[in-house]
Ligand binder design. Structure first.
Ligand SMILES: [Zn+2]
Length: 187
């Protein structure tokens, strides 16, 4: 490079003697443009922000993942079913009065009005402990369950259930949580 003050030969030189190339490319001045995140200026940068070391604990508070509605529904079904079977002391409700078929299989939670009716899915009066055999047969011969119900509860209760079954109920997360909490603690 050419020194602006002293020429190679050792003497002083006039500035107009400095080659144009040198003047046309002055040393660039560094301008701090700031640190941008997604194109938005977030602050002056004095070097890039430091990366967190992979071993350092994150400062971000992680939100707890909520259980899905599907899993809550399954848990509510199981908790309620356990309670019903316990209440009926694992004795088949239909088998008590039905002489045609003998009880078989595990005791389940049977629904007089099917469990697709959400308004009665978790109704204590609509559900009873029923063996898997009678529960299966109930899909084809519902009269056995109905007559057993009428014997124990009477016509009025049956009509009340009938009306209730027509109601449309939307179950929310909160409803399932309430059922789980209620039947886990109910004796
Ligand atoms: Zn049975």
């Amino acid at each position: 490079m050419i020194d602006s003050k002293i020429s190679k030969v050792g003497g002083y030189i006039e500035s107009h003697l400095i080659p144009e190339v040198v003047l046309a490319f002055p040393k660039p001045i560094k301008i701090d443009k700031g640190y941008r995140r997604n194109g938005i200026l977030v602050g002056k940068s004095y070097g890039k922000p430091k990366k967190r070391s992979p071993t350092a604990p994150s400062k971000r508070v992680k939100r707890k993942k909520l259980p899905s509605i599907k899993s809550l529904k399954a848990k509510a079904d199981l908790t309620f079913s356990k309670w019903i079977r316990n209440r009926d002391r694992n004795v088949c409700f239909i088998g008590k009065s039905d002489g045609r078929y003998k009880c078989k299989g595990a005791i389940q939670c049977g629904h007089l009005f099917k469990r697709g009716k959400m308004s009665l899915r978790y109704s204590e009066i609509n559900c009873h402990a029923i063996c898997s055999h009678h529960n299966y047969l109930d899909n084809y011969e519902p009269q056995h369950y109905i007559s057993a119900f009428l014997k124990s509860y009477g016509e009025d209760q049956y009509q009340w259930l009938m009306e209730k079954s027509k109601e449309i109920k939307q179950m929310k997360r909160f409803d399932y949580e309430e059922i789980i909490k209620h039947y886990e603690n109910k004796k």
